[in-house]
Design a protein around this ligand. Structure first.
Ligand code: CUA
Length: 318
């Protein structure tokens, strides 16, 4: 629908048609009632105009049927908006199983993207067509918002917390990527493109760049360099919890609270170690706040995840 219409974005993802249908329903309801109300204003103004000096119209005492009608109809129409909108919201926010995981770090004023194999790009995102892609996004500074109109997806990218967004492109092509949250002087220049390729071309594109270090390998390197392994590897010197096999599992904290080890938990444990101490351990770990960039954090996270053989999809991530 509206193909080639200049003011309407292209429709290039699995959720686009659903988002458009709801949008058109909202527009249709608004247009119908605007036209109805304005027509009635004119009609009544003419019909009930004062015909002679001193005319007193008959008193109206209400009409129960009419009142029920104008209560029930708007109620039904707004409940359709609510039900339909909620269903669509859950569809759009629940990724299908096993999406292609790509990480995005936003900063004033660019998008830094890393593919699972370690390939990096800036202000461009290459993805294969017909495959669900999930972005794990975080900001280095202020709030940004990742917006691809052709996919009908938009999500804020926050400092200090991961946010996630998924889509499945349905059409090969190049689409606009915008920052949709005012983030400073060059907010309007924080734009880029999403290039949707045939799966084979995507593989060629991945292989075409300079050799890349995988996030897991880079994470292992940081783990070594930052000295994490002195306390966190099992052995005689172990002073912190061993990280092997913990991703997706639950841990019991000091005080009895139970936490699932997920991305946010690992991130917090690196930056603010004292926030949640696993029971029977002491708060010895220094903070790494200011020492690790968001990109290195994502790599450390990839490494910690890799220590758990088959990373289960942790609950409560969103
Ligand atoms: Cu980033 Cu606006």
């Amino acid at each position: 629908m509206f193909k080639g219409f200049p003011l309407f974005p292209e429709s290039a993802s699995t959720v686009a048609a659903g988002v458009d249908s709801l949008y058109f329903y909202l527009v249709a309801v608004a247009v119908f009632f605007s036209v109805l109300i304005f027509s009635l204003i004119f009609y009544f103004a003419v019909k009930y105009r004062r015909r002679r000096e001193g005319e007193i119209p008959p008193l109206v005492h209400g009409n129960v049927r009419l009142e029920i009608l104008w209560s029930v109809v708007p109620f039904a129409l707004s409940m359709i908006m609510f039900g339909w909108g909620a269903k669509l919201y859950f569809d759009v926010s629940t990724p299908p199983p096993d999406p292609l995981a790509i990480s995005v770090v936003a900063k004033q004023w660019m998008w830094k993207i890393q593919h699972p194999g370690g390939q990096r790009e800036i202000n461009e995102l290459h993805v294969p067509v017909g495959q669900p892609v999930e972005l794990t996004m975080v900001s280095e500074d202020v709030i940004h918002s990742f917006y691809v109109p052709a996919f009908r997806v938009k999500k804020d990218v926050l400092p200090g917390r991961f946010s996630r967004l998924w889509f499945e492109a349905t059409k090969v092509g190049t689409y606009h990527l915008f920052c949709a949250e005012y983030c400073g002087t060059k907010h309007s220049a924080m734009i880029g493109s999403v290039v949707v390729l045939e799966p084979k071309d995507y593989q060629d594109w991945l292989a075409g760049g300079p050799p890349a270090e995988s996030p897991v390998a880079a994470g292992a390197r940081h783990f070594e360099e930052l000295g994490c392994k002195t306390c966190h590897l099992s052995g005689a010197a172990q002073r912190g919890p061993s990280l092997e096999g913990i991703y997706g599992k639950t841990v019991v904290l000091e005080g009895g609270a139970v936490m699932t080890v997920d991305d946010d938990y690992v991130r917090e444990s690196i930056l603010t170690p004292a926030a949640k101490i696993v029971a029977s351990y002491r708060p010895l770990m220094p903070t790494f706040k200011g020492q690790v960039s968001e990109e290195r954090l994502l790599e450390l996270l990839a490494y910690v995840k890799s220590l758990t053989p088959v990373a289960p999809r942790a609950g409560g991530r969103r």
